[in-house]
Design a protein around this ligand. Structure first.
Ligand SMILES: [Zn+2]
Length: 809
């Protein structure tokens, strides 16, 4: 199931998106490979009689069983034969409801052609993949001004994952709420698929004649996906063709909060990539097997099946849009759930569901709809389902245009801004569409405090007042952050060797000093952001004192902590940026780089000693260093005996003539000078003055005696000079990928000592030969971004740097 991804390479999947989102806890750690349910056909949907619901659900979770519904005294659970045996041996009564693949109630005959009359019925047969494809293609071809048929990629068995986009001006990003329905991610839950084919026809055919439909198509961007798991439907099974439950395979905010498609089922990864490139306001995920509308959270920190609301005002909005769907669907509204609505985890908790993922990472308010008690009812019931759901679907989509909306733009240029919109104390924002700058948020009438934050801009807090009906509009112009915090030095604390570079396997604290190149900065905090994949961030967050303009401050202890992977090659440059936030705004600093290497040190001792130190005289001793290398650190070991060292000044001169005073007429007659400057002796000047000089040549120790009556001897002295590790290159990493009007924009970190960058693209990354040089498609190869104007549903990019030594790595 896992797609090829070679560790340590700069190969970056376009699906790895929004690397700067909150919730990065590991440094490129791949998600654990999801467990599939084995070979199709060995599974049964079963009815398990419950004894103590909460305890039973906990046990099922411990056994990693796939619970699919919770009813009065029983649960529907998908079980392998051996899992069913385990439950029986534990005393549970387990009966088989059906075996996978399901027996389809009606043979998949070709559907009758859509009549386009009345919309009171839909064809009394199910679409196959082939008939779905041909029908969607025909609709798109017949309605070029309203419809785009997009494949977001291919399923495990090579079927297209069709997404229908319906809007006026379908090739133009407009200031419109984006709304969507996704159906049949469980392949055997197929009523939603037929509803969405019906809705596609309904919207297209009603455009221009039905005022409500016309308004929807004109004012919204509608995305309909009838079949997220076409392999499962063709096979007559819940899971995808690899045996994965797609609605248990998304990153989970509470258990697996790393937003990466690594290790996830193919269809899940494709959906993640597609979602990240859109700006969906409101959506629903259509299932079958019960009748209800449910809303986040589906999970909680303890994975308990208890009421798990989001924070207000999101919770009120979620309940309200759920009620909009359910109350327009009489069997749902009058079914076994109060008003046809439930909180997800209150019904039963799941991990890795799609709705929670959409809300947590993208501010996409997504519901999960259970549309039919039977997952695959007889096709002659489809017209009834259509009639029961049409008003619900229309009214639900319309809710995407209520609440709060606006444009966030740069005050100076008018350009759209990628911003986060917070309401009251709800910690989860919605996001602007960076192409246009528009944001849309479903929220009930009332007054709220809106906070708009964007990287590089001053945050703004604005009171907003929402009334019912069309969304209240609050446009926001953002001014730049004056404060500009940049890293100027880094101290490595508790490293295996040195303070200035890392060693493979090191676990160290990093104290990062930020300088304020702009306005005041108060309440400063920092988050360490890796620019490559070389280890783990053990402690990402640190606080700082207030930093005045032109002042600087180091991160407070215990500061940041990192672990460098033992496999990181010597010579690698490991990069980090600091994402800082202060009362005056937030931004990400330029990156800084630390070298990885073992220290290369040379010990040399003077041979022209001992030498007598006489009253009021200068004595010098020379130490030649034959090898040519750059000084990174230096330690000076001396053994000077003298009856009164307060008479003495001791200086070390580099081959270039730079003096550093080690001892300057301090102390008295009680001590000699025996020890190592830089270790147990504190030099009067800093030895770091020598850093960067060449080691080769003659180093001179000069001792001046400034007094009468006391003499001594320079017994011995030696130098330990260490070179920096060999110069290396950083691993390049994408900083952000986002869709723009004219394509997909890749944005990466700037790297030192590189003159330009090259971009390669492949659809199959299995060998280097698959990567085609597309650098010339962008007119500036020195900047750190690239616009791919012919993006593919799933593309792999390789970005390399070109420096004085040529191209690499
Ligand atoms: Zn389902």
């Amino acid at each position: 199931m896992r797609r090829e991804h070679s560790p340590g390479s700069a190969r970056i999947r376009a699906a790895v998106l929004s690397l700067l989102v909150i919730g990065i806890v590991a440094w490129c750690a791949p998600a654990a490979l999801a467990a599939g349910k084995g070979e199709p056909g060995r599974l049964s949907a079963t009815r398990v009689e419950l004894q103590d619901t909460q305890a039973d659900l906990e046990l099922f979770r411990a056994l990693d069983l796939d619970v699919d519904g919770l009813f009065d005294g029983w649960a529907r659970v998908y079980l392998l034969d051996e899992e069913a045996e385990t439950l029986r041996s534990l005393g549970y009564e387990v009966s088989v409801l059906w075996q996978e693949p399901v027996q389809k109630p009606v043979a998949s005959a070709e559907p009758l052609p859509w009549t386009g009359e009345g919309f009171s019925s839909i064809p009394a047969s199910y679409h196959t993949y082939a008939s779905l494809t041909s029908e969607l293609q025909a609709i798109a071809a017949a309605n070029p001004s309203l419809v785009r048929l997009v494949s977001i990629g291919q399923s495990v068995q090579g079927r297209e994952l069709w997404m229908v986009k319906i809007t006026d001006n379908p090739d133009v990003e407009e200031d419109e709420p984006e709304v969507s329905f996704i159906a049949a991610m469980h392949g055997d839950e197929v009523v939603g698929k037929e509803l969405l084919v019906g809705l596609t026809n309904y919207l297209v055919d009603g455009y221009g004649t039905d005022m409500r439909v016309t308004d929807l198509v004109d004012d919204y961007e509608i995305w309909l996906m009838p079949s997220m798991n076409p392999d499962g439907t063709e096979l007559g099974q819940r899971y995808n063709a690899g045996g994965f439950d797609l609605n248990r395979s998304f990153p989970d905010w509470f258990e697996d909060a790393v937003n990466t498609p690594d290790g996830r089922p193919l269809e899940t990864g494709l959906m993640m990539a597609w979602t990240a490139a859109q700006s969906i306001t409101l959506s629903a995920n259509m299932h079958g097997g019960a009748l209800l509308a449910q809303y986040p959270w589906d999970n909680n920190p303890t994975h308990s099946s208890v009421f798990s609301p989001t924070a207000d005002p999101a919770q009120d909005a979620f309940y309200s849009v759920s009620l909009t769907y359910a109350s327009n669907n009489p069997p749902m509204y009058n079914g076994s759930f109060p008003n046809g609505v439930t909180n997800g985890a209150e019904w039963y908790a799941i991990s890795g569901g799609m709705q929670d993922w959409n809300y947590a990472w993208y501010g996409n308010f997504q519901l999960t709809l259970e549309l039919s008690n039977s997952k695959w009812p007889s096709a002659n019931q489809l017209p009834t389902f259509w009639n029961e759901n049409l008003e619900s679907m229309l009214a639900f989509l319309e809710r995407g245009g209520e609440g709060l909306r606006g444009l966030v733009t740069d005050a100076a240029t008018g350009s759209p801004v990628a911003a986060e919109i917070y309401l009251d104390a709800d910690p989860f924002p919605v996001y602007t569409d960076p192409d246009v700058g528009d944001y849309h948020r479903v929220v009930l009438p009332g007054t709220y405090s809106m906070r708009v934050e964007a990287e590089g801009y001053m945050p703004q807090t604005i009171p907003v007042s929402i009334s019912s009906g069309a969304a209240a509009r609050y446009d926001v112009q953002m001014g730049p952050v004056v404060t500009d915090l940049q890293p100027i030095s880094v101290r490595i604390i508790d490293g295996m060797f040195f303070k200035y570079h890392l060693t493979p396997g090191d676990t160290v604290d990093l104290a990062v000093t930020l300088k304020n190149e702009g306005g005041t900065a108060t309440s400063v905090s920092g988050r360490l952001i890796p620019t490559g994949c070389d280890g783990e961030i053990l402690r990402a967050d640190a606080t700082y004192p207030d930093i005045p303009n032109q002042g600087s401050a180091s991160s407070r202890a215990p500061s940041y902590e990192i672990h460098v992977d033992p496999s990181v090659p010597l010579g690698r440059k490991v990069g980090f940026a600091v994402g800082w936030s202060a009362d005056q705004g937030a931004a990400v600093s330029e990156p800084f780089f630390l070298d990885v290497g073992a220290p290369v040190c040379q010990d040399s001792a003077a041979t022209d000693v001992p030498k007598a130190i006489l009253d009021n005289q200068l004595v010098t001793s020379e130490l030649p260093i034959p090898d040519n290398f750059t000084v990174e650190t230096i330690e000076v070991t001396v053994d000077i005996s003298h009856t009164y060292i307060g008479d003495l000044s001791v200086k070390l001169y580099s081959p270039a003539g730079t003096p550093v005073t080690l001892h300057n007429r301090t102390d008295g007659g009680a001590n000699d000078i025996v020890g190592t400057y830089g270790v147990d002796l504190q030099p009067a000047d800093s030895l770091s003055i020598f850093a960067g000089e060449q080691a080769q040549g003659t180093w001179t120790l000069a001792i001046n005696d400034y007094g009468n009556g006391d003499t001594g001897t320079l017994n011995s002295w030696s130098l330990e000079i260490c070179a920096p590790p060999p110069a290396g290159l950083p691993e390049m990493r994408l900083r952000e990928v986002r869709s723009e009007q004219s394509g997909v924009r890749l944005h990466w970190w700037p790297y030192p000592a590189l003159d330009s960058y090259k971009v390669y693209r492949a659809t199959d990354p299995s060998s280097p030969a698959q990567f085609v040089d597309v650098t010339g498609e962008d007119n500036d190869d020195t900047d750190t971004s690239f616009l791919d104007t012919t993006p593919l549903p799933l593309a792999y990019y390789l970005i390399t740097g070109v420096g004085p030594q040529g191209e690499g790595p």
